[in-house]
Design a protein around this ligand. Structure first.
Ligand code: Z5A
Ligand code: MG
Length: 210
């Protein structure tokens, strides 16, 4: 019997929308259903590029906007072999932020959307994108923004608009202002048809190639 490949699920969305909280929860539920699942997060701050990104976000290091954009992309390319082998061996992946965050944040700072997409062209395309949408006022009620570089109201408003420009009809938009339980259930429902599909097409390394 051949193993069905794993499902590649990306969770994107606005700041404070509950992405990390919900990714953990989704992984626990999938594991509880005996579905082998791993959680990945971008940026992965543990690698060499990740440490540079961490310094940039914590504002201990200055980098040109283009340079940091390329580092965020490199941080994803570094993971591609691991992701490919996990998925091909049947492990599902839940990924907390991906290339869509990369483009939305850099474009919000003024770089062209088209330029921003280029370094991630040919990256692995997700099977499902769950977009947790949250108005800025609600994000601020969740403890406000912290000290990291992008945690500023004005920028976050533009980031949300940029996500809107990137959004595709296949994305599942989830109202993240609901309770944690309701958000979880909405995400769970949104992945059911893919989870239950008896076959999945081969992995596609065609992000933004069209
Ligand atoms: N970035 C980039 O520029 N380029 C890239 O390529 C990538 C990222 C990949 C760091 O990311 C920064 O990197 C980020 C984008 C940029 N910049 N900003 N700003 P990060 O992923 O490390 O960011 P983070 O620190 O994890 O924050 P976050 O992702 O915005 O938060 P979240 O994961 O969406 O939310 P949370 O941590 O799960 O929850 C936030 C709080 O809300 C917490 O107190 C929860 O208990 C609460 N919460 C969660 N859900 C609810 C509900 N439903 N109701 C009430 N309260 C809730
Ligand atoms: Mg998070």
């Amino acid at each position: 019997m051949t193993t069905r490949r794993g499902l590649f699920i990306v969770v994107e969305g606005c700041d404070r929308a509950g992405k990390s909280t919900q990714c953990e929860r989704l992984v626990q539920r999938m594991r509880g259903e005996q579905l082998g699942t791993e959680l990945l997060k971008f940026p992965d701050r543990t690698t060499q590029t990740g440490q540079m990104i961490d310094g940039y976000l914590k504002q201990t290091q200055h980098l040109d906007d283009h340079a940091i954009h390329l580092l965020f992309s490199a941080n994803r390319w570094e993971a591609i072999d691991t992701m490919t082998s996990l998925l091909n061996s049947g492990t599902n992946l839940v990924v907390d932020r991906y290339a869509f965050s990369g483009v939305a944040f850099s474009a919000a700072k003024g770089l062209s959307l088209d330029w921003c997409k280029q370094p991630d062209v040919g990256l692995l395309t997700p099977d499902v994108v769950l977009f947790l949408d949250l108005p800025i006022e609600e994000a601020e009620r969740r403890g406000g923004f912290g000290d990291e570089r992008y945690e500023k109201r004005e920028l976050q408003i533009i980031v949300r608009q940029k996500f809107g420009q990137l959004m595709e009809s296949s994305w599942k938009v989830i109202d993240a202002s609901e309770s944690m339980d309701k958000v979880h259930e909405a995400m769970w429902d949104a992945i059911q048809s893919k989870m239950q599909a008896s076959t999945l097409e081969d992995l596609r390394f065609d992000l933004w190639k069209a």
